[in-house]
Design a protein around this ligand. Sequence first.
Ligand code: CAA
Ligand code: NAP
Length: 248
Amino acid sequence: MSGRVALVTGGAGGIGTEICKKLISEGYRVVVTCAPVFECPNLDEWKKQREAEGTPIPVYEANVADFTSCKNAVEQIEKEVGPIDILVNAAGITRDSTLKKMTEQQWNEVIDTNLNSVFNMTKQVFTGMTDRGFGRIVNISSVNGRKGQFGQANYSAAKAGMHGFTMAVAQEGITKGVTVNTISPGYIGTEMVKKIPEDVLKKIIAQIPAGRLGRPDEIARVVAFLVHEDAGFITGANIDINGGQFIH
Ligand code: CAA
Ligand code: NAP
């Protein structure tokens, strides 16, 4: 049992919840951040479910798109729970639109929430990790950051940028015991994918050689692998988990 503290942003989301469950089962002390509470209508239900499962998880409010909000949340977590050893950047949104129709707001919201967020959060924990000589950072990118996707210029750009961040910060962290890696999931059956029009989604699934959407637990097990004490030689890597949809 590790006892290390793991922070999962977007921890109450579809993929985030499975990451939390997996890390708890492996002995980590897990905390999550969620978007400002008024934007999380299902949060109370989520908390009740975790309590019913016997594994209540502390939730802190942090808008990942806002640097100061992240700073305040991390300060509070470190005061109340302890130094953060593991950060999983899993919060994210889509605002799909063809470039012709995309508004500046749709562009900015996705870049702020999916890319600037990674700076906003990692910046708060990185120095502590290097000072203590241990840290694990996992950035949840996307198959669409690897290959691009029709209607996702904003999201594909943010998710591709995420891995650039991973590769740069991996070089800064590895001499101090801190690893930084990217996971690029394919289409996983969560609320995010349920927003895709049914006819469009059918066509997308037809392009996945595995013949199905992925499951959140299939992402969670790779997060657990990367954050393990024994994974200290893996850094700057991207791991594709996409049912064969994109092989590079
Ligand atoms: N390739 C080429 N052309 C396409 C196309 C595609 N994949 N999809 C649509 N088109 C064409 C249509 O045939 C149509 O052509 P005509 O005008 O000649 O008839 C045109 O594009 C439609 O353009 P519109 O701007 O009117 O598009 P729309 O408003 O109907 O919808 C869209 C555009 C919102 C992008 C919609 O196609 C869509 O939702 N696509 C899904 C995008 C997607 O994969 N999102 C993933 C969300 S989940 C996620 O992101 C998680 C993850 O990491 C995997
Ligand atoms: P999800 O269920 O919609 O979860 C997304 C989470 O991000 C939610 O908990 C959401 O909180 C949180 N979030 C959104 N905006 C935020 C903000 N400004 N501040 C703080 N938290 C915010 O989607 P998911 O499928 O689990 O996605 C998790 C991650 O995996 C995302 O980064 C996504 O891009 C990535 N991903 C998903 C897929 C897929 O197919 N599902 C594939 C590849 C990559 P609220 O709900 O409270 O707003």
